[in-house]
Design a protein around this ligand. Sequence first.
Ligand SMILES: [Zn+2]
Length: 370
Amino acid sequence: MKTMQLKTMLILLTFVIFFTYNACAAATIVGQKAPRLNITNWLTPDPPSGTSLQGRVLVVEFWATWCKPCVQSIPHMVELTNKYADKGVIFIGLSRDKSAGDVRTFLKQSDINYHIAMDTAISDNFSCRGIPTAFVIDSSGKLVWQGHPMDWNFETAIVAALEAAPPPFLNGVELGPFEDLRLQLSGGRDFLRAYRRLRIESRRKDSPDSKIAAEIIETIDAKIKEQIQQADKLRETDPAEAYTLYRRIVRNFRGVEVTRSAVTSHDELRQDEKVQKELAAIKDMEKAEKLLTQCSACQTCTDFNPECKDCIRLNNMTLARVQRILTNICTKHNDTKTANTAQQRLEKLTGKPPQDKPTTPSSSPANTSS
Ligand SMILES: [Zn+2]
């Protein structure tokens, strides 16, 4: 009898060690796919359902009523919820209190405006660090940030995740029995499979859902057509911008009949040297802009000021790199629209026109000999 007990104890101990070790080893790090949120014990009314968390930017914070820095962070979480909840971000606080009753009592006297649930070992999959810790999950389900909720980068991470989220393609469209397909039908890798499923449903004579499936297909087709028309219109005036739009349409909705014309246009513009040159110039321009935003202000200016000598001196190295990129755009991509913008920036930055003034081959007198 005694050996049996000992054996059971040993097996149990092995399991405990294995799982404790594993929980830490399996903790997700930033850049990886976030763990599934199996939240069951909600303490606030109207909790988000499993499917409504899909494709959304999520903020998950681990906290407890007995943790002082956690409680001190609550007003900031409330403020962020006020700012970003109606833009589509879902804020969830997972309490590590032992008793749900304690949390309920606490909630009665707090002004928490985000969803609260108990942490039923969910934190094990996230991180082994202490509380409070907040996590930002982007719309593709990737963990993009983790840190203290009072960290000023927290809000920056939320905004970045919001900006990276795909446009709300099916906003306001009732999907009824096909609600579980919302994310796939919004475009991307699994779009075609979901679209085909709808089409099969729409042709089923015995199915009560066939009519609604047909209606959803019609709506999706109309929305794609609308985007293509927008790109077609842009093609005359700004083919590079049109190319970017076609590319997005093709990437999101490849494989269906309505997208076909966009695929053709996309291929045509991809082989258009002028368009590709413009795109290369835009890419360089973005690099320069990004560097410029890194420039800081001197003691007297509130923001980086290209007309202030002190600001310029402070950011000498970065500005030299920006100038090099801008000059390069002006010379290498001289016949692009972006080259004009680059030249204007350069003049503003240096106070004088660039030395390598862009010249068009036809008007250049460089090769004429006397
Ligand atoms: Zn200054």
